[in-house]
Write a protein that binds this ligand. Structure first.
Ligand code: SAM
Length: 335
């Protein structure tokens, strides 16, 4: 029987001892359907330029306090090599929405990574025309991460001026049609969000049949208009994550950097509440401080090697093992 939106809202409203039971159940479901393996996907944050002005994000165009950087394709390739050398079987290339990197430049980069390394490639470069997605898929990109952020269309329109939830959903559908394994996700604790919104986030991702759901706390950033809003709590994030695991048994759920940022053991707690992925930061040290979507982001002083080692430690501390495969979706039946 499928959990309804109302059921999910009840689960996310769990209190006291009920929370422990919810986390344990999600952990059991994860173990039964996905086993003990945790996929380590190395993320390279290659540009912090962004044409958007999202109210929540430190990369927003109007954040004049941020020094901007762009990594050259050769430098990105070098980071990908380093990540693969450390053991990452997936390279995630993420940036702000930076038109400097045309589809052609990115396609060439994806091609070079796929040719030279035995890895899967995920792109997370935002809204693009369908033709760009097509080019990137043809170049060999396996996955695309484009978060819905919130399923509330009014809140979405406020948070992301100039864009709409309907537009984002259309893009998520295109990506699926083009054969990408698709990742979406949402922030927990956004201003104006309710438990019903969070339940709706999960049912929207289930409807879209996403292969990955990045669910993490909203963290207020003083360099943005939402700087004075309260952020998402660890407990609400874990409850949403656990409910997502119960609703989507085979989906990949990362223990996010944001959850590690709001609590030193956040990542380990997430791994015990349904999560099965960690994305160690492979961005060169000199750029990291400028990819602060939110303040206090953890791992800013770590080298890629140290980020990988702390991720492995989190996996072992949670009594799990590092996966050896690419971590393609188990629901993946495209091309
Ligand atoms: N620009 C691309 C896009 O929009 O898909 C990818 C990069 S974007 C910076 C990556 C993610 O960071 C967003 O999807 C959002 O969920 C997260 N993020 C940004 N600001 C945040 C904040 N203040 N708290 C928590 N997460 C945040």
């Amino acid at each position: 029987m499928e959990l309804s939106k109302e059921d999910l809202a009840v689960l996310i409203s769990a209190e006291g001892e009920e929370c422990g039971a919810l986390f344990q159940l999600a952990d059991q479901v994860r173990q039964r359907y996905l086993g003990e393996e945790v996929h380590l996907r190395g993320i390279v944050e290659f540009s912090n330029y962004c044409r958007n002005n999202c109210l929540f994000c430190g990369l927003r165009r109007n954040n004049w306090e941020l020094s901007r950087y762009r990594m050259a394709p050769d430098e990105i390739l070098e980071s990908a090599h380093e990540a693969a050398g450390l053991g990452c079987k997936t390279i995630v290339l993420q940036s702000g929405e930076d038109e400097y990197y045309t589809a052609g430049i990115l396609a060439e980069l994806v091609h070079r990574i796929k040719k030279g390394l035995d890895v899967a490639v995920t792109l997370s470069v935002g809204d693009r025309p369908r033709a760009d997605y097509e080019t990137l898929r043809q170049a060999g990109a396996d996955r695309y991460l484009l978060k819905q952020e919130t399923c509330d269309p009014v809140l979405f329109g406020m948070l992301k001026p100039g864009s709409s939830l309907a537009g984002r959903i259309e893009k998520l559908r295109w990506l699926g049609e083009l054969g990408f394994q698709v990742g979406s996700g949402n922030m927990v604790g956004l201003p104006g969000q309710t438990v019903e919104t969070l339940a709706g986030d999960i049912t929207l991702m289930r409807e879209l049949k996403v292969e990955m759901a990045g669910i993490g706390p909203f963290i207020p950033n003083s360099q943005t208009p939402l700087g004075n809003c309260p952020g998402g709590t660890l407990e609400l994030t874990l409850k949403t994550l656990a409910a997502a695991r119960l609703a989507m048994r085979l989906v990949h759920l990362p223990a996010t950097t944001a959850v590690r940022t709001i609590h030193p053991l956040g990542r380990e707690r997430a791994l015990r509440s349904g999560a099965n992925v960690i994305m160690p930061n492979m961005t060169p040290l000199k750029y990291r401080t400028n990819y602060q979507l939110y303040p206090g982001k953890t791992g800013l002083g770590e080298t890629p090697e140290e980020s990988y080692a702390t991720a492995v430690k989190a996996v072992h501390d949670a009594g799990r093992k590092v996966a050896s495969g690419y971590g393609h979706s188990l629901t993946y039946a495209k091309s």
